[in-house]
Design a protein around this ligand. Structure first.
Ligand code: 8YV
Length: 329
């Protein structure tokens, strides 16, 4: 670190007050109180002077931005678990450390995954729209019928922290847990979750009632659910994505939903955020949320705390606990 006493920490978005206040005590932060996302130019300016950059998922820290970094930038302490918005190779080549905030948003994201499963299967958003439209004619024995969760099969793609938290919740709803993962999980985890492992994603897809995407977005998982793989799903199946939009071919998904080749989808993330495939907007069979899987005040404060711990340990000459391991190399 330069010998300036407190490091210049540039925070690209508005964080909870309590986090910003603590940063004021510990560092010399440059805050973004009106929360206007940085342009590429502003990001380049920021890295040219910051000792530490605190970006979020909405900031694209690509090779061009990293190239604009001044020699004083030694740490990118990202506010979020996913780090697909940061070019890790470029950062590593410049000797810039990258940290994230794992673990603290696991339960919130798993809760939201269950909420989407329930919303799609039991038509919650559609029912709510019906009430608000003023067109509800009253109860009927065969109106607004959805599907029972109990006894159905849930296929989880990516049984990491969040995937496992989804599995625990799903068991409480009587769902049978299946999963596909790059590496098979330890037998103890499989036993605890009563989870069935599928080495072949294709085979798992063709047998499940519900699919939940819980793997990170990496070059290897981009369009993992391609048009070909989506076509393997059963017509009555539903797809839930609370991970990253890029894992699913959104246009192909929209086409399948329109054609009735898939019963429904619950999406919290999109391929080209904040844009959403317009076809999806007109479909009653989909529930669409604005990337709010981890959006709880408690979660955001915990994320901010992790950012502070990472910066503080680095400034104090220690290894920050949440150094990102580049799984792509
Ligand atoms: C966060 C997320 O809100 O942490 C992640 O990876 O996708 C979100 O839930 C976002 O990343 C904050 O930067």
């Amino acid at each position: 670190m330069p010998d300036r006493k407190k490091p210049l920490v540039i925070v690209t978005r508005k964080l909870p007050d309590v986090i910003e206040t603590r940063m004021m005590e510990l560092f010399t932060p440059r805050l973004n109180l009106d929360d206007t996302p940085y342009t590429t130019l502003q990001l380049a300016d920021a890295v040219s002077v910051a000792d530490v950059l605190v970006p979020t998922v909405t900031d694209r820290i690509d090779a061009q931005i990293i190239a604009a970094a001044g020699p004083q930038l030694r740490l990118i302490a990202s506010f979020g678990a996913g780090y697909d918005h940061i070019d890790l190779d470029a950062a590593r080549a410049r000797g810039i450390l990258v940290t994230n905030t794992p673990g603290v948003l696991t339960d919130d994201t798993a809760d939201m995954t269950m909420a989407l499963i329930l919303s799609v299967a039991r038509r919650l958003a559609e029912g709510e729209r019906l009430i608000r439209s003023g067109r509800w004619a009253g109860w009927g024995p065969t109106t607004m019928l959805g599907h029972r969760l109990g006894g159905k099969r849930l296929g989880i793609i990516g049984l990491g922290r969040i995937g496992q938290a989804v599995a625990r919740r799903a068991r409480g709803f009587g769902l049978a847990v299946h999963y596909h993962n790059r590496r098979r999980r330890h037998p103890e985890i499989e036993e605890e979750l009563e989870a069935t492992y599928w080495d072949s994603l294709d085979q798992m897809l063709s047998r499940m009632d519900i699919i939940s995407v819980n793997c990170p977005h990496t070059p290897a998982t981009y369009h993992l659910l391609s048009a070909r793989r989506l076509a393997l799903l059963q017509r009555h199946a539903i797809l839930i994505n609370t991970s990253r939009g890029e894992v699913v071919d959104e246009a192909a998904l929209a086409r399948m939903l329109v054609a009735g080749d898939l019963a429904g989808a619950g999406l919290d993330v999109y391929e080209h955020e904040p844009a959403v495939d317009p076809t999806l907007l007109g479909l009653d069979s989909v529930v669409l949320l604005p990337h709010m899987g981890s959006a709880t005040i408690e979660g955001r404060i915990d994320m901010g705390e992790r950012v502070i711990v990472n910066i503080k340990s680095f400034v104090d000459g220690h290894s920050p606990p949440d150094r990102v391991i580049d799984t792509t190399s």
